[in-house]
Write a protein that binds this ligand. Structure first.
Ligand code: IPE
Ligand code: IPE
Ligand code: MG
Length: 242
């Protein structure tokens, strides 16, 4: 990348990606779906490494949805295994690169060894500040809102007077910046229960590229398009600032 994006105007603070198309990528190669998921992890590795270089500071990746429990048991097991392997093998290098890792989503249905690993990666990296990597795993937007409401109720919050910023502090994304840009690969144009609350004013970018083929240049293209959009937030167009 030849440009130093850190200084660019209108750069998205928080990018979220629906990593879709692993199965179709594998099918096109007459390989099992799991082969596509394996390749998808390599894409995650490259994108996370290179995103920091182009100025991204906060990235959220959708890797297993609450609806994905309806897939065949063997595929679910493979996806769980891949998450574990990725976190185990990359923890040290992510930590060395000052990456803070959070795992968003419900802990219900996760086995003790995975819970222990999640705890370990979050604790080890909690002081890191250069880059924020959030993996949405066993995540559903509606489930997150319900869990947040339950936490808020337990804390004695009064919903009648609560602001949306107050409520946001009970979400899995508490402390993270607003989601500015949601990218979805593989040509599907839906949100699939991802960041329903947080994406309220996000810009959406859809690309036909399948996740295993996605590169940092595709991410740069999404960012460039984002920067050219006129975000009005219900207001009128703002005049260009000199
Ligand atoms: C995305 O790829 C990964 C997950 C949803 C876990 P898919 O597995 O959905 O791939 P397609 O959409 O069937 O091609
Ligand atoms: C969304 O992809 C979930 C993840 C990328 C983890 P899906 O492939 O599961 O979504 P649908 O079925 O196309 O809505
Ligand atoms: Mg899919």
């Amino acid at each position: 990348m030849s440009f130093q994006t850190t200084y660019l105007r209108d750069f998205p603070e928080h990018i979220a990606i629906i990593m879709d198309g692993n199965g179709r990528w594998a099918k096109a190669r007459h390989r099992p779906r799991v082969f596509g998921h394996q390749k998808g992890v390599e894409t995650v590795r490259h994108v996370v490494e290179q995103a920091a270089e182009i100025g991204v500071r906060c990235l959220t990746l959708y890797s297993f949805s609450t609806e994905n429990w309806s897939r065949p048991k063997a595929e679910i097991a493979a996806l769980f295994n891949l998450l574990k392997k990725y976190v185990e093998s990359d923890l040290e290098s992510l930590h060395a690169r000052d990456v803070r890792v959070r795992i968003l989503g419900s802990r219900v249905g996760l086995k003790p060894d995975l819970l222990e690993l999640i705890e370990r990666v979050e604790t080890t990296t909690q002081g890191n500040t250069k880059f924020s990597l959030n993996i949405a795993f066993n995540y559903g937007g509606r489930d997150e809102i319900l869990r947040a409401a339950a936490k808020a109720a337990k804390a004695g919050e009064d919903f009648a007077t609560m602001s949306d910023a107050d409520f946001g502090r009970y979400l899995d994304t508490a402390d993270l910046p607003e989601v500015d840009l949601v990218v979805r690969t593989s040509g599907e144009c839906r949100i699939s229960n991802f960041l329903l609350w947080q994406a309220a004013y996000a810009e959406f970018y859809f690309t036909d590229v399948l996740w295993p083929d996605f590169t940092i240049d595709d991410l740069s293209a999404a960012i460039e398009e984002f920067r050219a959009r006129d975000r009005r937030f219900g207001n009128l167009s703002t005049p260009e600032v000199a």
